[in-house]
Design a protein around this ligand. Sequence first.
Ligand code: DGT
Ligand code: CA
Ligand code: CA
Ligand code: ZN
Length: 586
Amino acid sequence: MSEPTRESLAAVLEEIALLLEVEGANPFKTRAYRNGAEIVRTHDEDIIALAKADKLGGIKGIGDALQQKLHELATTGKLEFHQNLRGNYPDSFFDLFELEGIGPKKVGALHKELAIDSIDALKKACEENKVAGLSGFGKKTEQKILEAISRREQFADRFRLDDCTIAAEQILDLLKAHPDVLRAQYAGSLRRSKETIGDLDFIVATSKPAELTDFFSKLEIVRDVIVHGDTKCSIRLENGLQCDLRAVSNDQFPFALQYFTGSKEHNVALRSLALKQGLSLNEYGFTAAGKSTQHDPIPSVHDERDIYRTLGLEFVEPELRENRGELEAADSGELPELIHWENLRGTFHNHTTASDGKATLEDMAQAAIDLGLRYLGIADHSKSSPQANGLHADRLLKQVEEIKKWNQSRGDELHIFAGSEVDILKDGSLDFDDEILAQLDYSVASVHNAFSLDEKAMTKRIINAMENEHITMIGHITGRILLRRDAYAINHDKLIDCAAKTGTIIELNCNPKRFDMDWRWWHKARDKGVICSINPDAHHPNQFQYLRLGAQVARKGWLRRQDVLNTHSLEEVQTFLTTPKKERKL
Ligand code: DGT
Ligand code: CA
Ligand code: CA
Ligand code: ZN
């Protein structure tokens, strides 16, 4: 049994709450389990030790039944009550909760009435018009469910950057540890930090390629072997992610790495540039093209840099290799000096248990300190997001007081900025009056409902928020959920112009399910003078790690250190936030 943690206990309680909801249990009962999960996550004392010792009595919100269950969980690692409940449903049942637009009650009705226990079964039932007739569903809901399923299928073969990064680092470590490997690297869209990934591509330099493809095909994490040759091998992992390995000689390595890093469009442009200089370039090396090469003899190449150098180019960082002007800039020596994740000194837009975060202010602050951050912006949800337990003004102002106290006692370790993620309502007005907003250090304005407005109305809605003096930045500007929910319609050009004009920051929300605003717009936004803030939208201390991915995606958007608010010192940020909005500069 693996050691129980707060998170593992809380997750079991939450799954119980979910399944009770599915079964239509009394809401008080489901709420008791959700509250219990919250307490397990945030209680001040060592709750695991207390649960083991069966000494949870007296903790408010943990009744007798929960005490017993937590004791059983902490001592045995499982809970019979949970397993009995869970036993009624196959794993595929839980996929249903990932569909946009249907909650536990509807999933419960589908299971009860039509015995639906997977997305496939649901799709079939919708296609046979069996769902529309259920009470509480109707034709429109049936149609929406089908759309949600088709969106899911459309993305089924792509993966999130965070999941791929973890898998790739693990595999890379195994490859590097192999005694016959001289060099190893992952290439492809992951190395370019694309927001979603089709498959992983690994390149190894070795003099024993067949041994490496063999080794790769037998890794413990392999579910299936797709192709197994002497220099190439493709496998599939448990989660469905495909991984390609190419084993090359040490001489070929830089060429293979460059080629398989892509993008295809970048490679095509690079090859044609090489041809103009009389060189033909492929994944194995340079060769003279025709009679008149400018390069005689062809310079030797040891790493990727040498390839670009040979062609008279500055080194192009992998993130920029999308054929979006990087080769022209590399030719004229005008590539930007890209931001590094180590440049980040703080973060804005983070949640706590005051709204829908999973950790207290205290725990979030401690995690930020442990990460070496100098400042932390808290921005819990506002009242129009009841599903996220949004704060009314009185609770918000109480939190502001709490933060002031923190800053008085521990501000020299970590300064906390008091903010709010304030809802932009359907008509473009804000969820708090100016009088309340004026009492905050900053605020993030975001859209959380009425996603179906047309482009004009949605753009105007966000422009209204930008024009407010108290709105420091716009959160997740398109609302997209990668691989799940499309962006709502906005006019990026108009919003970028308005942000520049009003001095409103646009966030790069680096929660890996969002990466919003999209990297394709940042170069332009930057050139127009828009300031970026890289925000993890953290709901848990371990989500501060998203900052690293955020910096990678910012690099993809050509952003430099100076373009990003949270690379600046605490003093600079304080001055920035207290300057009238239109005059703010970094
Ligand atoms: P993905 O896997 O869909 O997220 O995207 P990539 O970029 O990783 O694409 P993938 O895995 O198909 O191929 C890896 C790289 O190999 C790609 O970025 C560029 C290079 N490559 C693949 N096929 C071609 C091709 O037909 N022509 C050229 N020039 N390069 C190619
Ligand atoms: Ca790939
Ligand atoms: Ca591939
Ligand atoms: Zn939000």
